[in-house]
Design a protein around this ligand. Structure first.
Ligand SMILES: Nc1ncnc2c1ncn2[C@@H]1O[C@H](COP(=O)(O)OP(=O)(O)O)[C@@H](O)[C@H]1O
Ligand SMILES: [Mg+2]
Length: 233
């Protein structure tokens, strides 16, 4: 499967979702490749740090690709791995368009804020255009950094549900320090020790929902899954 995490808003949580998805697939026993298609290279930095922390046992490989040429390279690499997770930058880039022509699943996180939500119609147009070239493309939206309380989540969810080109996933990721804490350790949130139960459970719920839709990853992750990646220090 080729998963693409995108959108056209910086800071929405694309890299956070991409690296946690990569970790989740790895924990489910899949052989995966993480492709960093963002020139800010955050996913690459994360993977370098993960490699250092685990003394080279990160559990998955990461490479950088960009531009229109990324398409053929992704297709070639997709043959070698069970799954490929692609992280893109926060703009409507050539890389993102190229990856959309080959992806199976497009995941778009949205923060429940107006500036973010206002981009949904552009994302929807991007999906519709991509589906002309890639009719198999399935696109999902969900809330990231959802508020613990208040009506903003519901307002944002209503706006996301109205868009027909993307399916709204009714499992949001809360605004939690665990995501940054895990990244600081080169870990996914489901690997964090001591475990942040709420954070790992909600990521597992999102992960399992995506996998349920796609049905090709046999072993689901449990929120209390123990990683066999050993962290130094
Ligand atoms: N659910 C979350 N809770 C708290 N912080 C988050 C969450 N998702 C992302 N962040 C933080 O928000 C910032 C931007 O996230 P990032 O994944 O880099 O976004 P993008 O790749 O879309 O630019 C980072 O500092 C990240 O740690
Ligand atoms: Mg990013």
């Amino acid at each position: 499967m080729l998963y693409l995490v995108g959108g056209i808003k910086g800071g929405s949580g694309k890299t956070t979702v991409a690296v946690n998805l990569a970790v989740g697939l790895m924990l489910a026993g899949r052989d995966i490749l993480l492709v960093d298609a963002d020139d800010q290279e955050t996913a690459t930095d994360f993977c370098e740090w993960r490699n250092q922390r685990t003394e080279g046992n990160a559990g998955f490989t990461a490479i950088q690709l960009s531009g229109q040429a990324a398409r053929n390279e992704i297709l070639r690499l997709a043959e070698k791995y069970q799954d490929v997770v692609i992280d893109t930058g926060g703009r409507d880039t050539n890389s993102q368009r190229a990856a959309l022509t080959v992806a199976d699943v497009y995941l778009v996180p949205f923060n429940p804020r107006s500036f973010d939500i206002w981009t949904i119609s552009k994302v929807s147009k991007l999906v519709e255009e991509a589906q002309h070239l890639n009719p198999n493309l399935k696109a999902y939206v969900f809330l990231n950094r959802a508020d613990a309380r208040g009506s903003d989540n519901d307002d944002a969810a209503e706006a996301l549900k109205e868009v027909t080109a993307l399916t709204y996933l009714d499992v949001s990721l809360g605004n939690r320090k665990a995501y940054a804490n895990a990244a600081t350790q080169g870990m996914g949130v489901m690997e964090l020790q001591p475990e942040d139960k709420k954070a790992s459970a909600e990521f597992a719920a999102l992960f399992n929902l995506i996998i349920d839709f796609e049905k090709n990853v046999e072993s689901k992750v449990r929120s209390n899954v123990k990683s066999d990646v050993k962290v130094k220090g």
